[in-house]
Design a binder for this molecule. Structure first.
Ligand SMILES: *Cc1c(COP(=O)(O)O)cnc(C)c1O
Length: 399
């Protein structure tokens, strides 16, 4: 007999009255301020094409990240494409597989070949030794990802890129406001790319930005994001349309105003999850490196099936039944997605191991401490009774 998961009633009554808790709940900031900016843009009758709000946002991001140039875009995926295209990258692009599909898509979409590389088993970021093994004459670039806001090994990767004469970029979608060795993320490699998608810690509905110290690259990016129109109004390159609108910039500025508070709340949320779930065998809330600044945007839970007896996917389903919606950041890894899977499949040991264990938990200013205690108690109970739940499941849900 097939039963609904909620019928298992492990954690008590119906969850229908609960507010859903999601990962990446929007960090709007002061709504009145956003609306005032929007009114201003409408009054000003300048809605896109490098307007004053987008320009202000670019200036503030360049300041925060300590770079000379910031080019705002309609999203990070387009920004990554622009950066690869503007830099004249050809051939293969070495990147982690433990990332969002946008990272390889941005290379594939412009005719480059993503080459997936294994990660460090602890940090989840590119392992420079594995990168070195994959560099060939066909390599055009390396794209590192600052996974969960923890910096990729920037120094080692910069050294490798310089040695082999290949470009180095970072997908910094997770890492706005984070540092590596006291230097802000945004200034490493040839350029870095941020996302201001609605789920990110600073958000502009949709949006992204490239940060770089390379003036020539910045100028090319400005042209390419606007149909290849250069500063003399001549179409000198095959560009696309990847501009940031003033509406997005108004949201981005307002969300950025609130970033300090957002970060502080997320830091407290993370600390509470850590303490609530400490000492539970087979469950770890990934700590942050106290010597670095982080945005604390992602609370990453790593589960160990062998210890809890409860598969990660079942824990996720249990949480969903309680209206808690964790995210699988990132599972499956890109090299096992139908779009990239090869036959036989590539094996990336550390990537696959992390990918099977990961669960990103709800956080953000709108997630209360009470919410976190509730989510934690579900996880604690589930982990402690893992085998029992697994056995019930086997009876309840036919394979
Ligand atoms: C969100 C995200 C992106 C894509 O950003 P968009 O602005 O939505 O295009 C790329 N890479 C990573 C790691 C992300 O988390």
């Amino acid at each position: 007999m097939k039963r609904a998961l909620t019928d298992l009633a492990v954690f008590g009554g119906p969850a229908a009255f609960l507010r859903p808790l999601l990962v990446g709940m929007p960090t709007v900031g002061d709504r009145a301020r956003f609306l005032a900016r929007l009114e201003w843009a409408l009054d000003n009758e300048w809605l896109t094409n490098g307007g004053p709000l987008a320009t202000e946002l670019e200036g503030r991001i360049a300041d925060i990240t300590g770079v000379r140039y910031c080019v705002a875009t309609c999203n990070a995926t387009a920004a990554l494409q622009l950066v690869l295209r503007a830099s004249g990258v050809t051939g293969q692009v070495i990147m982690p597989s433990l990332t969002f599909a946008a990272t390889p898509h941005s290379a594939s979409w412009i005719g480059l070949e993503p080459v997936f590389c294994d990660v460090d088993p602890v940090t989840g970021c590119l392992d420079p030794a594995r990168v070195a093994e994959l560099i060939t004459p066909a390599t055009g670039a390396i794209v590192g990802v600052h996974l969960w806001g923890r910096a990729a090994p920037v120094t080692e990767l910069e050294k490798l890129a310089a040695e082999h004469g290949v470009k180095l970029f970072f997908d910094a979608a997770h890492a706005f406001g984070c540092t590596s060795g006291d230097r802000p993320i945004g200034g490493f490699g040839n350029a870095e790319v941020f996302s201001f998608h609605a789920t990110k810690t600073v958000m502009s509905f949709e949006g992204g930005a490239v940060t770089t110290d390379d003036g020539e690259l910045a100028e090319q990016l400005v042209a390419l994001r606007s149909f290849g129109i250069d500063r003399n109004k001549s179409v000198t390159a095959v560009g696309m349309n990847a501009k940031m609108s003033e509406c997005s910039a108004a949201m981005g500025l307002t969300s950025l105003d609130a970033f300090g508070e957002t970060r502080e709340r997320n830091r407290e949320n993370h600390a509470l999850y850590r303490s609530e779930l400490s000492g539970v065998p087979g469950i770890e809330v990934l700590p942050f490196d106290e010597s670095e600044r982080n945005n604390h945007q992602y609370v990453i839970l790593l589960t160990d099936h062998a210890v809890t007896g409860l598969h990660r996917d079942r824990l996720q389903t249990l949480l969903q039944a309680e209206k808690v919606f964790p995210q699988l950041y990132f599972s499956p890894p890109c090299h096992l997605m139908p779009a990239y899977r090869t036959d036989p499949p590539l094996r990336l040991e550390h990537t696959e191991r992390l990918s099977e264990r990961v669960l990103a938990l709800p956080t953000g200013p709108s997630v209360s401490f009470e919410d976190i205690r509730r989510v934690s108690s579900i996880i604690r109970l589930a982990a402690e009774r893992g085998e029992q739940i697994d056995a019930m499941w086997a009876g309840a849900v036919p394979a």
